[in-house]
Design a protein around this ligand. Structure first.
Ligand code: 8YV
Length: 309
């Protein structure tokens, strides 16, 4: 059997249902009883960015062989526990890189050119009553990227096409890149207009955007987060925005989704998205096919397509 942890995408659910004995965890509010009844028949778990296999669930599933995540980020999975127990883990890299990088540029443009505010301005009829205030140019700005992995590189490539200067922070300098490297996030933030968070969430990157970094970015700087909400100390971000210490923020992710700090709702220098980085039909279908492909490979004894553990 395969245990799907939450509703994700109907195509994935249907395909899992066709190929396996599928258990939908959300249909069993009595989880303890469910696990008593079915734990011994569950050999695979399918989770996502919001719901992964934690230590408790792994311990409750003695026959678990593989965790296949419908996400590239695997911070919701207890990887150490999986290693320890010999449980395989797969994710969905590459197939969502373009989508997330496209959205990052969209978020930057929406924020700097105030596209959402402009749309509200037209719809509310305010256009007929007055002039619209000027916005900020994107082309030629300096873009600082935290994490020059697959997504970070794809963002850099797109920003370069806007004649932006690219700089980055990562644990170590990338020998294969000509972008300017900063060994500290504060230095990177002090030297860019647009700071993009594009690294995985780990213990080291938790709250990598803190008060010091926000102040270094400053009232002319903007923060773009397409990583994880927990990369940012959210109360610090909110107070910096309310006090005008930060120029703006474009956020696709939040610390406690779907709860977003309501103080942000009244601000025009923020753009707030409901974690849609990978959310196109094309990309979510490719992600689903990769989840299915990994599970099929595993159960047929073939090499996994995108193994992590
Ligand atoms: C998904 C994501 O939103 O890949 C990730 O790490 O955060 C997203 O692609 C999510 O897992 C889909 O439910």
């Amino acid at each position: 059997g395969v245990l799907m942890l939450c509703p994700m995408f109907s195509y994935l659910e249907q395909e899992l249902d066709k190929r396996f004995n599928l258990f939908r965890f959300w249909n069993y509010p009595q989880r303890v009883q469910f696990l008593k009844d079915h734990a011994h028949s569950i050999r695979a778990v399918v989770g996502n960015a919001g719901a992964g296999a934690d230590a408790e669930l792994i311990n409750a599933l003695p026959k678990l062989e593989i965790v296949s995540s419908f996400s590239v980020g695997v911070d919701s999975i207890d990887l150490n526990k999986c290693k320890e127990k010999g449980i395989r883990v797969t994710n969905t890299p590459d197939v969502l890189t373009d989508e997330v990088a496209d959205l990052t540029i969209g978020l930057i443009l929406a924020l700097l050119r105030r596209l959402c505010e402009c749309d509200r301005y037209v719809r509310s009829g305010k256009w007929k009553k007055g002039d619209y205030k000027l916005t900020t140019k994107f082309s030629g700005k300096t873009v600082g990227i935290i994490g020059l992995g697959r997504i970070g590189k794809a963002v850099a490539k797109r920003a370069a096409a806007f004649d932006c200067k690219i700089s980055y922070y990562s644990r170590t300098e990338k020998p294969d890149s000509n972008y300017k490297y900063y060994p500290s996030v504060v230095e990177l933030a002090s030297n860019c207009h647009i700071l993009v968070v594009a690294c995985p969430l780990t213990q080291e990157t938790y709250h990598i955007i803190n008060r010091e970094v926000i102040n270094a970015l400053g009232p002319k700087g903007v923060l773009i987060n397409i990583g994880r909400g927990k990369h940012v100390d959210e109360p610090e971000l909110v107070s910096a925005l309310l006090e005008g210490r930060l120029g703006g923020a474009g956020l696709d992710v939040f610390e406690d989704e779907p709860n977003v700090p309501e103080e942000l709702f009244g601000l025009e220098n923020v753009v707030l998205l409901p974690h849609i980085g990978s959310a196109s039909v094309e990309t979510r279908t490719a992600m689903a096919d990769l989840v299915l492909g990994n599970l099929e490979a595993h159960f047929q004894g073939k090499p996994l397509i995108t193994p992590l553990v």
